[in-house]
Design a protein around this ligand. Sequence first.
Ligand SMILES: *Cc1c(COP(=O)(O)O)cnc(C)c1O
Length: 500
Amino acid sequence: MNYISSRGQAWGISAAEVIKKGIAPDGGLFVPEYIPQLTKEDFAAMEGWNYQERARHILAYYLSDFTESEIKDCVEGAYNSKNFDEGSIAPLVKLGEKKYVQELWHGPTCAFKDMALQILPHLMSTSMNTTGETSEIVILVATSGDTGKAALEGFSDVPGTRIIVFYPDQGVSEVQKRQMVTQEGSNVYVAGVRGNFDDAQNGVKGIFSQEDYNLVLKQQQMKLSSANSINWGRLLPQIVYYISAYLDLCKEGALKSGDKINIAVPTGNFGNILAAYYAGRMGVPIGKLICAANTNNVLTDFIRKGVYNCNRPFEKTISPSMDILISSNLERLLFEITAHDASKVAAWMEELKSRGNYDVGPEVYQQVADCFWSDCCSDQETIATIRRTWQKDHYLIDTHTAVAVNVYEKYLQSTGDNSVTVIASTASPFKFGSSVAKAVMSEDMLADRNEFEILYLLEEFTGVRMPAAIKGLENRPILHNTICQIDDMQKTVSQFLNIK
Ligand SMILES: *Cc1c(COP(=O)(O)O)cnc(C)c1O
C-alpha cells in the first residue's frame, strides 16, 4: 500500500515515510491510494479474536512495508495491561435496547487520544528503522490539553525521538496542566505559552515552516515531525476500534444479518469520526455517522448546507477539546468523496486559507449528507445530559461524550431511526471532573473546593472509581517549569535541544 497527497503533488510514498513526515510536502494530508475491503471471511474470523489480534489484521492492510512481526510488536507494545486498565481495551457498554457507548479512555491519560498515541511512537520507531533514518525525530506539539499529555506519555523515553509540548498557560484545566508538568522521561520537554491555544498552534506552525531553522536542526541531525491527527499514523489506529465495536455487537447477537449501525462521535478536528468513515468504507455496514459539535458548530453547518465557513467567533466551552474552527481532517473526507479529485480539494483549501470559507456545491454536498448527520449542543444542554444520564442510566459521562449523547438524542427525535447506535466516549468523566461534578452534585457540596478536592468528592458521591492515572496527581513532583512568551517559542525549542 502506497500513499498520496490530498492535494495531488506527492504519490507512491510508503507508510513508513508517511508516518515519519506527518504532513505532505505540498501542504496536503497523506491518504491511502485505495481503501482495503474486508471480506465476509475476514469479519467471521475477526469476531472470535481479541482487540490486539483484530488490530494486527487491520493494520497489516495499510502497513504493507512493515513485517508481520513488526506490526505485532507495535500492537503489543501499545495495547497491553501496563498501559490500559481494561483488558478488552475499548469496551462497549450497553445503555439501552439499541444504545451502546464505546469507552475509548482506558489508556494512561484517560482520553481517547491514547488509542492512537500509545501506538504511534512504536510505528514511528519502526518507520525510522525500516527507512534507515539517522536523524533524531523531534515531535513538536501544540495542545489544548489532551493531545499534549497523550503524546508525552507515548513518546517518553522512545529511542531516537524527543518530544516538545507547548500548552496555553491559562487555557487548560488544572488536571490537564498537572498531567503535563509532572511528566517523566529523559526526552520530554513541556512549556506553557503566555497566550491562547491559537497562539501556541501558530507558533508551532511557524517553527515548522522556518526553512533556515530546519536547516540548523538538520546540521544537528534532527528533523521535526508531528503527533497531531494530520499524521496518518494517528488516524489509522482509530479505524480499528470502530471495526472492533461492530464485531463485538455481532458476537453479542445485537445485530440481525443486514442490520446497519449508526456511530455518534463528539467532533473537533474531524479525526475520530473520519476513522469511522474509513471503517464503513472497509465494509462495516454503517447507516449514519452522527457528527456531534459543541457551540463551535462549523461542522454542523457544513454537513447541513455544504458550506464550510470559519468566519465566526471562537467560543470557549466546557468541552474544550472540541473548541476548534478549522477541522483539518475534513480535507481527507473531501478527497475520498470526490473520488480523489485533488485539484478540487486544493482549490477549496486555498479558499479556506484566503477568505475563511468554501462551498462544495450540490453534488458533493449530497454525498456528504448521505453519510453524515449533524447537530450541536450548548454547555447548558451538556450539563443537563450528564445529569440525566447519571439519574436515568446510573452512568457517568464526561462533557465531550455528553455532547455526543445529546446530539444522538436529537437525531432519534428528528429521524425516528432507532438502529443500533454506538456512541464514542472520548474521555473519563474524571478528566473534566469539575463540570461533571457540577452536573450531578449540589452547589453547596462543592463550595470552596479546588479542582482536585472535587474529584475525590465526585468519586465518593457517585461510587465510580477514579482512574489511577488521575489519583494522587496533586502530589506528584512538578518537573517542568518553563513558561515562555509567544515570540520566544523557537528560542525555547533551541534551549530544550541545546542548540546555540
Ligand atoms: C480530541 C478530542 C475530541 C475531538 O476529536 P477529533 O478527532 O479532534 O474530532 C473529543 N473529545 C475529547 C475528549 C478529545 O480529547
